[in-house]
Design a protein around this ligand. Structure first.
Ligand SMILES: O=C[C@H](O)[C@@H](O)CC(=O)C(=O)O
Ligand SMILES: [Zn+2]
Length: 276
């Protein structure tokens, strides 16, 4: 498991492009046929990917977790951004199509991932945080999610937000998770931006055209930087950092948060004119 040490806002201010990328961006996940994880010391976030091909992949514990099994003290969110697949949790099978989202509760022992077809494998994005209690393992299908339409064509940010795991949806200890789909011709997410000191946030960009990129904006509102992000890359945002992005074409991303307060709209807004 990769270990990632987060920077504070002071060290952030001294970093060059390479250092920013090493610290806040996860590249090279989603290797086909592999399950892999990165442990971020911020909010003890574990970010992972599982891309099963002909064989199923098993969620094994990692030495760094010092636990008998991965979810002994943790909860897990799973979003499928690829072909049809299934996740089996302690004998119960969840068939997951693209954009179906699964919450796996603390205490779940045996978790396996498989793809229906090796030619069109499932791409499972995984996000896990420590959990103090057990909540039921539940899946929500994309078709059953109610989207929240935001933005306008004039501001190039027409998009739909789908909340899956949050205070008024699937219950969890601290994980909040959903995804945002941008309309064709719209490029901006989360603009005007915000911060939320109570929670860190992880953006997993997907459905980014291979020839295109997302310029992800980060940092304190008065000292922003950008990261150039490609398809299936992940950006970690501490509570002091804005997290917004503009694509050279439309794209999608999964947002997930850990920390305290699961109210989705707990955000400290920043006005565009105050950005530096
Ligand atoms: O705290 C919540 C998040 O940053 C995102 O959900 C924002 C987002 O998906 C968007 O505006 O497009
Ligand atoms: Zn946010």
């Amino acid at each position: 498991m990769r270990l990632c040490q987060m920077a504070d806002a002071v060290r952030y201010g001294l970093m060059n492009t390479e250092e920013l990328r090493e610290t806040f961006l996860l590249e090279g996940m989603f290797e086909v046929g592999e399950i892999e994880f990165a442990y971020v010391d911020l909010d003890r976030t574990v970010i992972g990917s599982a891309v099963p091909v002909s064989e199923e992949l098993t969620l094994e514990t990692e030495p760094e977790l010092r636990s008998e099994y991965f979810l002994e003290r943790r909860e897990l969110g799973v979003l499928n951004v690829g072909g049809a697949g299934s996740v089996v949790v302690d004998g119960k099978s969840f068939e997951m199509g693209k954009l179906d989202c699964l919450y796996v509760g603390r205490g779940s022992k045996a978790v396996t991932f498989s793809s229906e077809s090796a030619n069109d494998p499932a791409y499972f994005y995984l996000l896990s945080y420590p959990a103090h209690a057990e909540y039921p393992t539940l899946m929500v299908k994309f078709a059953d999610l109610q989207g929240l339409q935001l933005g306008a064509a004039e501001t190039c940010n027409k998009r739909t937000i789908y909340k899956a795991i949050y205070k008024d949806g699937i219950k969890s200890c601290q994980l909040v998770m959903g995804f945002t789909l941008l309309e064709s011709g719209s490029n901006w997410n989360t603009m005007p931006p915000h911060t939320h000191m109570r929670r860190s946030e992880v953006y997993f960009y997907f459905d980014v055209d291979p020839a295109h990129r997302v310029l992800h904006l980060m940092g304190p509102p008065d000292a922003t930087s950008h990261l150039v992000v490609a398809d299936k890359e992940v950006v970690v945002s501490p509570g002091w950092s804005i997290h917004a992005g503009v694509g050279t074409k439309n794209y999608a991303f999964c947002w997930g948060m850990g920390g305290e307060n699961q109210a989705y709209d707990d955000m400290d807004p920043v006005s565009i004119a105050d950005l530096r």
